[in-house]
Write a protein that binds this ligand. Structure first.
Ligand SMILES: C[S@@+](CC[C@H](N)C(=O)[O-])C[C@H]1O[C@@H](n2cnc3c(N)ncnc32)[C@H](O)[C@@H]1O
Length: 509
């Protein structure tokens, strides 16, 4: 049981001998508002006595981003708001961060720091209130959405947070609701965003009236495509970045930790306490810059792309029901070649084996390659074949906005890439499975492919060396600094492009 839970549990044992509401009310006086207390009293529960986080199942914790900060990291984060006297944690969980602020400031300041917390889980709210009260702190903890400024105290001078880490994928209804509830944040929404980005945005909006804000997150936002708006919003306000690396959260999926300190005016950024760096460019790689002495990042040594996205490989269950088709019927991706149509042999994730070199073409999958460069005669045949699926194809975004014809692949990539030698790797895998294609395959959307630089004199040799190096070394880097979900590693263009490649490894002569 973590320390938050044990403090509260001791309090509960002490208090719940009487289930007298007044005893509790007196104990929590001024730390929670009346409605919160009323709602909670009916919940006084095994949930708390059984341990806070653990009371939620694994799935629910993941859905709500409930991963409490280990005490040593909480103290490190607290040291970044040590000069603040009114500190808010807008997603306070069991109060680990606020408790650390209280402990630290107790030893460093004469005056007591006022601690404010908000959490969307009522049992955490009351537990934090009880815990901080038991630790002798002045605090006020609210039940609600931490993005709601109505819950934020008017006067604060520091913010501390380990905001919930909940991706947009698979949580569409949550993000839809958030957009409705917080229209002023709508401009920050986008594909592949995360709830934690919205907390960052909220904090950035209040930054001008606080001394510092310290956040603990994964470091993926530095390079994630979905965090571009966040990086833009930060605009010269990142004061410090501290990479904690490793696996600090035993149960949090892919959580490799980074402390970010924001201040209203921070023209340069301290990185790992010893260097200052200007954060600029499309993605940020301050640590790679420091590591640059040890080599060059892959993004500068190769061209990295996701495979072809059709937007409709097969008829999905949902579309089958809507349009009276059979689920699973091939559209763009088939196991058979159909005569007279441009079906191309394709590598899919299951074909990738580490260090394998494809010399012959596979005949297990074929993609109907349509990029609008077809002759009028080919177009007639393609449209005849695709006609039954036309209503599905017309639903794709680029078709709806009039950017592409209904028969085209959504993102066909550059046709010439597929004739070149290339490394191919599944986008998700438990371990590296980089292989080399010398047989001119097309590549499906579940893989990433890597091409040699355009002017490389011997791309086959260059890529073979690179493939062997990546199979040996990529996982260690990606497990520390990329994105993982449990055992699964993401081999996407952005994290791959940050892998440092030792000088000399790819020399051709
Ligand atoms: C990663 S935990 C961190 C908790 C605590 N600050 C710590 O560091 O140990 C995130 C917390 O955010 C809470 N949460 C999730 N969505 C929230 C929201 N919209 N508003 C406020 N809290 C939220 C969860 O209940 C959880 O307690």
């Amino acid at each position: 049981m973590n320390s938050a839970a044990s403090v509260v549990r001791n309090q509960l044992i002490h208090l719940t001998h009487s289930d007298d509401r007044m005893v509790w009310r007196d104990f929590l006086a001024d730390t929670v508002c009346d409605e919160d207390f009323d709602a909670w009293f009916s919940l006084i529960s095994a949930q708390i006595s059984g341990g806070l986080e653990q009371a939620l199942g694994k799935r629910e914790r993941r859905k709500k981003g409930v991963y409490f900060t280990p005490p040593d990291i909480a103290l490190k984060l607290a040291s970044k708001v040590s000069d603040c006297s009114q500190v808010l944690d807008p997603a306070c969980g069991g109060g680990e961060l606020l408790s650390a602020v209280g402990r630290q400031n107790e030893s460093e300041c004469d005056a007591q720091t006022m601690l404010f917390g908000i959490d969307s889980d009522l049992s955490f709210v009351i537990s934090t209130a009880a815990r901080l009260k038991a630790e002798g702190r002045s605090c006020f903890i609210r039940w609600g959405n931490g993005l709601d400024l109505n819950h934020w105290p008017e006067e604060i001078d520091g913010i501390i947070a380990n905001p919930p880490y909940v991706g947009e994928k698979g949580n569409a209804s949550l993000f839809h609701q958030l957009k409705k509830d917080f229209p002023d944040l709508e401009k920050f929404f986008g594909r592949r965003m995360d709830l934690l980005y919205l907390f960052f945005h909220r904090i950035l909006q209040r930054l001008s009236s606080v001394k510092s804000a310290a956040l603990l997150t994964s470091e993926y936002w530095l390079v994630a495509d979905g965090a571009k708006k966040l990086r833009d919003h930060m605009d010269g306000r990142v004061y410090e970045l501290i990479r904690l690396g490793g696996r600090n959260f035993k149960e949090a999926p892919g959580h490799h930790s980074l402390i970010t300190v924001l201040k209203n005016d921070a023209p340069r950024c301290w990185v790992n306490e010893n260097r200052d760096i200007k954060l600029e460019g499309k993605t940020w790689s301050p640590f790679a810059e420091i590591e640059r002495g040890q080599g060059t990042i892959l993004g500068e040594l190769a061209r990295i792309r996701q495979g072809i996205v059709s937007g409709a490989d097969r008829v999905s269950k949902k579309r089958a029901e809507t349009f009276g088709l059979i689920a699973g019927t091939p559209i763009f991706l088939s196991q058979e070649k159909i005569e007279g149509l441009p079906f191309k042999p394709t590598i899919r994730r299951e074909d990738c084996v580490a260090n394998h070199i494809f010399q012959e073409t596979l005949d297990s999958h074929f993609i109907l390659y349509v990029d609008d460069s077809e002759s009028p005669k080919e177009v007639i045949e393609i449209e005849r074949y695709l006609k039954p699926f036309k209503p599905i194809l017309e639903l794709r975004r680029e078709v709806r906005v009039g950017k592409i014809s209904w028969r085209r692949l959504h993102w066909p990539r550059d046709r010439s890439h597929f004739g070149e030698p290339k490394i191919v790797v599944p986008r998700h895998a438990k371990k590296a499975r980089f292989c080399l294609d010398l047989a001119g395959h097309f590549i499906s959307s579940d893989c990433t492919y890597i091409l040699a630089p355009k002017d490389c004199p011997q791309p086959e040799v260059y890529l073979e060396k690179l493939m062997r190096f990546l199979n040996e070394s990529a996982d260690q880097h990606l497990r520390n600094f990329g994105k993982t979900k449990g055992e699964i590693i993401e081999y996407y263009s952005s994290p791959l492009s940050e892998i440092p490649i030792k000088d000399g490894i790819l020399d051709l002569f």
